[in-house]
Ligand binder design. Structure first.
Ligand SMILES: Nc1ncnc2c1ncn2[C@@H]1O[C@H](COP(=O)(O)OP(=O)(O)OP(=O)(O)O)[C@@H](O)[C@H]1O
Length: 330
């Protein structure tokens, strides 16, 4: 399978130190925050990988790294070549459509901007026609082109953001919590729209959400993040049917009315620790009902756990070994 994006050993560290003078007076060292810590994943062409995890686990930082808004501290981000022979570029759809749409511009100019910038249509008449077409594609009307963003509902505004993203004729979209500011019923409409656009235009998605139930019907694969790392990655149905990592089990437990099997142990509880002061060993151990001494001391490596699944958990590795399944370093 051809990969649209391959990310290897990606890290991003932020310097969140106090100003130099304060540090000298208070004799404090620099403070570094490891927002993304040595993660690897790939997204197949035309597929959808979702990154899921609680607030602060580093999802948006990954989105910003992949779209070039941030530089990596370490690691590689490789996009494949598109049909035109040019390297595929990622476009981003943000959580808050209002904040990402210029309130002083009419919708026509918002959507036309990438068309004009990239020179995708020759002349104003062709650009106007393309804007009208894009509005139709996202379920709005050409009449909406003359309005301003504040004249729309949240869901309609997200449709405008999607039309603007499509205007640049992207092959790869990074969708950072695109529905989390919307009502549940509107969320479903936007997700359906994004799915049908994926089929129609052969788009590849990197989808980001704190909510497993949102990504379930979007994703071929899901990578679960915790404190800057990927702790489990699997095909969507496999992950829902048989979550291996205790943190994935916790996320599934917190989805109401889910038909997934109940884990055999009590679900984990508690708050996410700060990435400024991560716990030693497995960073999930303070919340993990299965943690033992090894988990408190030794960082678990990401292992191949069969059927394309990767998991970073000592207890899972031990369970696989007991069952005669070799857990290989991923
Ligand atoms: N520009 C920055 N400077 C300093 N720290 C940052 C910066 N961006 C993110 N962080 C920190 O990095 C960690 C990961 O943040 P990030 O926004 O990537 O997480 P997230 O999983 O997307 O969470 P949320 O859903 O709340 O946005 C957090 O502790 C955050 O405070």
């Amino acid at each position: 399978m051809k990969q649209a994006l391959v990310v290897r050993n990606l890290s991003r560290v932020f310097d969140v130190s106090a100003p130099l003078l304060n540090r000298i007076i208070e004799r404090k060292p620099r403070t570094l925050l490891r927002a993304v810590d040595d993660i690897s994943f790939s997204v197949p062409l035309g597929g959808c990988l979702s990154l899921v995890g609680e607030s602060g686990c580093g999802k948006s930082t990954v989105a910003r790294l992949v779209t070039g808004l941030y530089r990596p501290s370490a690691g590689q981000i490789d996009f494949s070549l598109g049909d035109s022979g040019h390297r595929i570029q990622a476009h981003m759809i943000f959580q808050d459509p209002y904040a990402s749409l210029n309130p002083r511009w009419r919708v026509r100019d918002i959507i036309a901007e990438p068309i004009r910038e990239l020179g995708l249509r020759a002349g104003e008449a062709a650009t106007r026609a393309r804007v009208d077409e894009l509005l139709g594609i996202v379920g709005l009307s050409p009449r909406d082109a003359e309005k301003f963003p504040h004249e729309f509902s949240g869901g309609q505004r997200q449709r405008i953001s999607i039309a603007r993203a499509l205007a640049g004729e992207p092959k790869f979209l990074v969708c950072d919590e695109p529905t989390s500011a919307l009502d549940v019923s509107v969320q479903a409409q936007i997700l359906n729209l994004m799915r049908s656009l994926q089929d129609e235009f052969g788009l590849t998605y990197l989808f980001i959400s704190h909510d497993l139930s949102v990504v379930r019907h979007m994703s071929d694969r899901i990578a679960v993040m915790y404190l800057g790392r990927i702790v489990e990655e699997a095909d969507t149905e496999a992950l829902f049917d048989h979550p291996l990592h205790p943190y994935t089990q916790l996320l599934l437990e917190t989805i109401p009315d889910i038909e997934a099997p109940r884990p055999e142990v009590a679900p984990a509880t508690g708050e996410v620790p700060s990435p400024l002061n991560p716990p030693p060993g497995c960073t999930f151990h303070p919340r993990c009902p299965q943690a033992d001494d090894r988990c408190r001391a030794e960082v678990p490596q990401v292992l191949e756990a069969g059927e394309g699944r990767r998991v970073a958990c000592h207890r899972v590795a031990e369970m696989l070994e007991r069952n005669g399944i070799p857990a290989l370093s991923a």
